[in-house]
Design a protein around this ligand. Structure first.
Ligand SMILES: Cc1cc2nc3c(=O)[nH]c(=O)nc-3n(C[C@H](O)[C@H](O)[C@H](O)COP(=O)(O)OP(=O)(O)OC[C@H]3O[C@@H](n4cnc5c(N)ncnc54)[C@H](O)[C@@H]3O)c2cc1C
Length: 501
């Protein structure tokens, strides 16, 4: 794996691009049925190649400095440090500030799958910069593109596409982390499409920027996930306060801010009251994005460990020739390759769902999303830990970088829904689909993806056995419910499950 270009120098990523992604389906969904597939795909490939070179040669060498300087706190203000600002400036100059913004608003108009490949390479170069890029530019742009009025799109998208302002997305509050339904920031109508926000947001990435999209309770008396809305607030004129940036040991260059709203003027983004429904569609993308972050950091750790194991000699031979080290490297390589295959399958489904309106793809993307978030981020922590171990004592020395990868990897199973929340989501959906179609349990089970998958050889036999175990477990859960509550449980549970979805 060459460190001079994070695209063309990464054979597995190139393999996914050249041989795995079903590009005709993606191009047709994103660009329309008349688009020239070969030309479009070759342009996207060129974008990745140019970006991969820039990230490897300019951004990765600045990562240690970004980490060491951390966030700048001066005279009560919070800002990004100079090397990170330089990284972002370079990306904006390449036309990649908000890669998903369509050309009509001055953006690159890239599909989600290609945007994720950029994110993977950037996370490999420097996770702090990737967070600022993803959350500060791309996420607000994606939300405004999807839910904004024509006026909001015209106002924000061209400037986000050029990197001319930085935004943030604020859901979390001091008392509402995993329990988003406990959000207590309020939005009150104040006439002329103006709303006033009151409350506090916690842990907001890129919160030091120029605007923020806020999840707030806008229907008086509502509770839980009902009655929420999304609102855009500009910071200009001290409209809200950046109270502080947390001191932390992960993604040290990315300001993680506490924000205070006291009568902050804002406009509604989408339909007030539908905030949770709206943000859910976006959450698929942001959770896949964090999974991709995991792959980026793990790739960086794997590259360093492979290089080190090839040159470090102990007991007369390079340590990679010692069977236990060889096994660790193989484990890391297969974990990263497996995570990448899973994540890009989900990314393609997301493209077909968002751009092509394909409902079956949307359901499959929803099924894969918690698995991607869980597997790629927990896998990243494990891979970074192995990379550190392969470096022996040098692993804890700053100049070897693996300590930073280890630290940065630790945030990925936490934000954007912890691993525990991903497990709960996956199980909840599986149970819902089972109750809706109990007859699937006599075949391959309620998951269309699992039921239709088959592989040749020993791996295929292992897969079929594992699927049989899952279906068997579901059968016994449903059998137990029927024995205790009667057959009626199947129809009543199915009805209430679909009412909540
Ligand atoms: C660096 C950083 C950047 C962030 N950026 C943003 C951002 O840009 N915007 C934003 O809105 N938020 C952001 N967050 C917030 C992040 O999404 C939350 O921290 C995360 O969702 C967890 O919430 P919490 O910290 O309140 O933990 P809690 O929800 O209090 O969870 C504590 C522990 O309990 C577990 N737990 C909670 N509920 C359950 C349950 N039902 N079953 C089993 N286990 C459970 C969790 O898995 C966790 O292990 C960021 C956080 C950090 C640290």
């Amino acid at each position: 794996m060459s460190a001079t270009n994070f695209f063309s120098g990464n054979p597995d990523l190139v393999e996914v691009f050249d041989r795995v992604i079903p590009w005709p389906a993606v191009v047709r969904a994103v660009e329309g049925v008349d688009a020239n597939v070969d030309e479009t795909v070759s342009t996207w490939r060129e974008v990745l190649d140019v970006a991969g070179r820039y990230m490897a040669s300019e951004i990765a060498p600045r990562a240690a400095e970004v980490d060491e300087i951390g966030v700048i706190r001066e005279n009560g203000t919070v800002r990004m440090n100079e090397p990170m600002t330089e990284n972002l400036r370079g990306l904006a100059e390449l036309g990649l500030a908000s890669p998903s913004v369509p050309a009509e608003f001055g953006g690159a108009g890239l599909p989600f799958t290609v945007t994720m490949m950029l994110a993977e390479m950037l996370a490999r170069a420097d996770l702090s910069t990737q967070v600022q890029h993803g959350i500060g530019w791309n996420s607000p742009a994606a939300l405004i593109l999807r839910f904004g009025t024509e006026q909001q799109k015209a106002r924000y998208l061209p400037i986000l596409a050029k990197g001319g302002l930085m935004g943030a997305v604020a859901m979390t509050e001091p008392q509402a982390g995993s329990d988003v339904g406990n959000v207590s920031t309020t939005a009150t109508p104040a006439g002329d499409d103006c709303w006033l926000l009151k409350g506090r947001k916690q842990f907001i990435s890129a919160g030091q920027g120029d605007m923020v999209i806020v999840l707030a309770r806008c229907v008086a008396g509502s509770t839980g996930l009902d009655g929420l809305g999304m609102f855009i607030a500009d910071r200009e004129g001290d409209n809200y306060v950046v109270e502080r940036a947390e001191h932390k040991f992960v993604i040290r260059g990315s300001p993680t801010c506490a924000l205070v709203f006291e009568g902050t003027r804002a406009t509604a983004l989408g339909k007030p009251g539908d905030g949770w429904k709206q943000i859910l569609t976006f959450m698929n993308e942001s959770r896949l994005g964090v999974g991709i972050q995991g792959i980026g950091v793990a790739t960086a750790a794997l590259a360093k460990a492979s290089e080190y194991a090839a040159t470090r000699v102990q007991m007369g031979k390079p340590i990679r020739e010692h069977p236990m080290i060889a096994e660790m490297l193989l484990d890391m390589e297969t974990t990263v390759a497996g995570a990448r295959a899973l994540a890009y399958q989900a990314a393609v489904l997301q493209d077909r769902a968002i751009f092509g309106g394909d409902q079956a793809a949307a359901r499959d993307a929803r099924e894969l999303t918690p698995l991607v978030k869980w597997y790629c981020t927990e896998g990243a922590v494990r891979v970074c830990r192995l990379a550190l171990q392969i470096h022996g004592g040098y692993g804890v020395v700053d100049e070897y970088d693996v300590g930073r990868y280890m630290r940065d990897s630790l945030i990925t199973p936490i934000y954007e829904g912890t691993s525990q929340i991903q497990s709960l989501m996956a199980v909840k959906d599986l149970m819902k689909w089972t109750m809706q179609r109990p007859s699937s349990l006599v075949r391959g089970g309620p998951s269309r993806l699992l039921a239709s998958a088959s592989f040749a050889g020993r791996g295929g036999a292992d897969f079929a056995a594992a699927r049989g175990q899952i279906v068997g477990m579901l059968r016994s859960v449903v059998g137990g419910l029927v024995r205790r509550r009667g057959v009626g449980i199947l129809t009543s549970r199915a009805c209430s499950a679909s009412a909540r979805s």
